[in-house]
Design a protein around this ligand. Structure first.
Ligand code: TXA
Ligand code: MG
Length: 358
């Protein structure tokens, strides 16, 4: 269902949102409507998580397949036990360490959780976001808020209110504009209902930090075809973050990878393509003479900056109408694993590894 009225936008102070704005947004949530709001990771498309009809509106506004479950966002720990059945002790340990923050826990669900939120599974994903606007909205609504990233299905996640409007204008009742989000990649999703526990999606909390409290945690990237057969989490669909233009990642030692990226860019431009490069700051000078549009990610030594710019840079390349995109492998340590994951998915598996030879 689309909204009859155009989308309303209210600008809020991200650190101290106006209570009247929050009350108006909470009223929309309680009435079964959709509110897009900032979290510390990306903007979410929120609805009352306990209202199946409101949750259904999220799926149709996004064009999201019904088999992809949605995270319930909470503002206090009491809400965790209203959603999750018998959360194990480790869930509370992780919550104490990382909440509010970019960590989502998959737990057994209670019957109060609508089946469509969980896409028919017997689990529920829960997270307490670390953003004053998100926390104030959930508290004022008085219910957990279901929220996927506020983008159309398979588009890059939104890190500004304008990204939300680009995708969802007229499909969401209200957008709370709290400025750009801080982290820029989504939460880490950890499934505690399986043995060993698994990181389903790397995100804002690094794998290493999670492992220090949960030594048995495993991460097995299993990137699947678009039909998602056998997906542990439907969000592992390979095309999940696909930009309009095909993306290719060049992996390997920096000098060799950069030389290969240059050669690919020159060849593609020669073949008549509009080439875009997601470029690390330290590579810009070496690529200055390459006939390509550069979107700068920041220095590869600063993964926080790269993560914060990643999705905006992908959208910038789309606006520049490039028809192919090249990027150098960011590595996988710390927050880089989440960046790598989003790029490999955007690349749909197209990775050229210069260390492996031709
Ligand atoms: O940072 C974030 O997590 C953002 C902000 C808005 O909180 N939300 C977000 O939601 O990224 P979404 O829907 O774009 O991604 C949620 C991921 C998907 O990969 C989904 O398949 C997975 O979490 N997920 C949700 N519920 C699940 C469940 N019950 N079991 C397994 N995976 C689940
Ligand atoms: Mg998403």
């Amino acid at each position: 269902m689309t909204c009859a009225a155009p989308t309303r936008v209210i600008v809020v102070d991200p650190s101290a949102p106006d209570p009247h704005a929050i009350a108006a947004a909470a009223q929309v949530i309680r009435a079964g409507g959709l509110v897009a709001f900032p979290t510390e990771t990306v903007y979410g498309l929120g609805a009352n998580a306990l209202d199946a009809a409101a949750v259904a509106r999220i799926f149709s506004a996004k064009g999201r397949p019904a088999n992809d479950p949605i995270i319930a966002h909470i503002a206090n720990l009491e809400q965790l036990d209203t959603l999750a059945d018998n959360a194990p002790a480790i869930a509370h340990v992780l919550a104490r360490h990382f909440w509010p923050g970019p960590l989502t826990l998959v737990l057994l669900r209670r019957p109060v959780v609508p089946a469509n939120l969980s896409a028919g599974r017997d689990t529920v994903a829960v997270r307490m976001p670390a953003h004053p606007v998100a926390l104030a909205l959930i508290a004022a609504a008085g219910v957990p808020i279901a929220a996927p990233s506020a983008n159309r299905f398979s588009r890059p996640s939104p890190t500004t209110a304008n990204h939300v409007l680009d995708d969802l204008q007229g499909r969401v009742d209200l957008v709370l504009d709290g400025g750009p989000t801080l982290i820029g990649v989504e939460s880490s999703v950890v499934d505690l209902t399986i043995d060993p526990p698994a990181l389903l999606r790397p995100g804002g909390v690094p794998f290493e930090a999670l492992q220090s409290l949960l030594p048995g945690l495993v991460f097995t990237p299993r990137y699947l075809d678009i039909d998602g057969r056998g997906a542990a989490s439907p969000g592992m669909l390979l095309r999940h973050y696909a930009p309009d233009a095909p993306l290719t990642m060049v992996a390997g030692e920096r000098a060799a990878a950069l030389a290969r990226l240059r050669a690919e860019a020159i060849a593609m431009a020669g073949a008549g393509h509009r080439v875009g490069v997601l470029a690390f700051a330290e590579d810009i000078e070496d690529l200055a003479d390459v006939p390509a549009y550069m979107a700068v990610l920041g220095p590869s030594a600063d993964p926080e900056q790269v993560a914060a710019r990643l999705f905006a840079a992908l959208r910038e390349l789309e606006r520049a109408r490039v028809d192919v995109i090249l990027v150098r492998d960011p590595g996988r340590q710390g927050l880089r694993l989440a960046i790598w994951d989003r790029l490999v998915r955007a690349a749909e598996g197209r990775v050229l590894n210069v260390d492996r030879g031709p």
